[in-house]
Design a protein around this ligand. Structure first.
Ligand SMILES: Cc1cc2nc3c(=O)[nH]c(=O)nc-3n(C[C@H](O)[C@H](O)[C@H](O)COP(=O)(O)OP(=O)(O)OC[C@H]3O[C@@H](n4cnc5c(N)ncnc54)[C@H](O)[C@@H]3O)c2cc1C
Length: 470
């Protein structure tokens, strides 16, 4: 499911569900979950192990915050529904709204994609600014409070180990240990979630894990940007080139530039090496800007990301009542596709509808069933793209090779066809599913032979180039 097919948020739809909910983890998934729980619980407490800065800033628990963070349209529109006026606040705080079809230069298969026919609003900001404003808005919601510097160490359970009834927390300041009872506990602790291990220790089957190994590494710097230069660049890796980059304008008249490499072809952590790495990419802009613009960061930030990982909670027959798992704790994707925050937003919507449709009975399995098709789409995009590389290892979704060949042809046609670029970006922005690219109106433009395909011999000076078939 995508933005087009998940029902929108409806205020007033959720009746009283319980007295207190606890959300463990105060990053994007935890915050948005707390926002929707606030409609049905008298109290919602977010427990976050980090101390939280008063101003936007990097923090230990979210080390990925130093790197490019793209908010796709599914996330943008959902944030606006859940937190009306959020976009304006973000812009007032210095973020930019660029056009995802013209300011955003996407280079793939040997050329930039054509500009599209419509505007696609795209916020550009640092991850710390985004999270800071989401946190401010969510904690302004009446029943939500955050306890920072507070780490979950265990779940509280009933004697039959059937219902989670709260959490055990340790205060990092004084080392004090505390029980926090709750009618519902949500695990939003990210990729390293301890819930699978806890399930196993308490007599439950842990979820199956789908893992697709990609061995990606990010190297990121910030550089100064002329205020009126709003260009963003994206160069995905393309076999056999395992390297790529993304560069986006951010608040404070800067660009954040992330270079990445898959399957061990990693960008270095020293400035000179990074510039040399940029010079091997198929566009000159990044290398030039890195060379010409003053740098605005302390060194090069790095982040290793070994694998796409999906925990199949929806397949479990038994799961404790009173416990949910959301966000990266369920699935984390190759970050180059920029999906995680938008998936967290769509999952919050799905939880909203699960709460609206019933009480707490069977809520976990009801939620996991509904979240499954939400995760299916970004998973198929990320993993499908990654399997273009023969070195990628793990379970390969059926039809991947066929779809990748079709996509290659679509991308080449999108060099000159703005409608195809529009169709493609709406899939990457999680507005529409990948299957929308097979609709007749799109498919015809992709498979229709061009004069080049038919081997038309160009007349001297006609400008017709010889084309490639997939
Ligand atoms: C390098 C990189 C780049 C990315 N780029 C993008 C992008 O461009 N666009 C995009 O949409 N997504 C991107 N993502 C994904 C995105 O960061 C996550 O999907 C998003 O933050 C939602 O994750 P989460 O809230 O589930 O978990 P996380 O962000 O991992 O947060 C987990 C939180 O739980 C807290 N916590 C953990 N354990 C405990 C505990 N025991 N007690 C209390 N608190 C605890 C942590 O401190 C943290 O605050 C990227 C990820 C990476 C790694």
């Amino acid at each position: 499911m995508t933005l087009e097919t998940v029902s929108r948020y409806q205020r007033g739809q959720v009746a009283d569900v319980g007295d207190r909910a606890v959300v463990v983890g105060g990053s994007i998934a935890g915050l948005l979950t707390a926002r929707v729980l606030a409609d049905g619980f008298d109290e919602v407490t977010i427990l976050e192990r980090d101390s939280l800065p008063d101003e936007p800033g990097a923090r230990r628990g979210v080390p990925q915050g130093r790197h490019v963070h793209v908010l796709q349209e599914a996330g943008r529109a959902t944030l606006e529904d859940l937190l009306p006026g959020f976009g304006e606040e973000l812009i007032s705080a210095g973020a930019l709204m660029i056009d995802g079809l013209s300011d955003f230069r996407h280079h793939e298969q040997g050329d930039f994609l054509a500009d599209g026919p419509r505007r696609v609003p795209m916020y550009c900001a640092t991850r710390p600014l985004l999270e800071h404003l989401v946190r401010r808005r969510v904690t302004d919601t009446d029943p939500v409070e955050v306890r920072a510097g507070c780490r979950r160490t265990d779940y509280l359970v009933d004697d039959a180990t059937q219902t989670v009834e709260g959490v055990v927390v340790r205060d990092d300041d004084d080392g004090g240990v505390d029980d926090v009872p709750a009618d519902l506990v949500v695990d939003a602790t990210g990729r390293t979630s301890q819930t699978p291990a806890w399930l196993e220790e308490h007599g439950y089957e842990p979820p199956d894990v789908d893992e697709v190994h990609i061995d990606v590494r990010y190297s990121t710097v910030r550089i100064e940007r002329p205020p009126d230069d709003r260009r963003a660049f994206f160069v995905p890796p393309e076999p056999p080139r395992a390297r790529g980059a993304g560069m986006f304008p951010i608040e404070g008249d800067r660009w954040v530039a992330t270079l990445f490499g898959m399957h061990g072809d990693h960008p270095p952590a020293d400035p000179d090496g990074l510039c040399e790495f940029a010079a091997t990419l198929p566009i000159t802009e990044l290398e030039r800007l890195l060379d010409e613009q003053p740098w605005n960061s302390d060194g090069v930030a790095q982040y290793p990301f070994p694998s796409n990982r999906r925990r199949r909670f929806e397949r479990l027959d038994r799961f404790p009542d009173g416990l949910l798992v959301v966000g990266d704790a369920v699935a984390s994707f190759n970050p180059i596709y920029g999906q995680g925050m938008s998936v967290a937003a769509l999952e919050a919507l799905v939880l909203h509808h699960a709460l609206a449709d019933g009480d707490r009975d069977d809520l976990p399995l009801r939620f996991f069933d509904r979240a499954e098709p939400v995760v299916d789409v970004p998973w198929s995009i990320a993993v499908g793209g990654d399997f273009a590389f023969p070195q990628t290892e793990g379970p390969k979704p059926r039809g991947t090779d066929f779809f990748n060949r079709y996509l290659d042809r679509l991308v080449r046609k999108a060099h000159t066809n703005g409608d195809l670029r529009d169709a493609l970006i709406r899939v990457f922005m999680m507005e529409r599913p990948p299957s929308s690219l097979l609709r007749p109106g799109v498919a015809w433009q992709v498979v229709r032979p061009t004069r080049a395909d038919l081997g038309t011999v160009p007349r001297p000076g006609s400008g017709i180039q010889s084309g490639k078939t997939p």
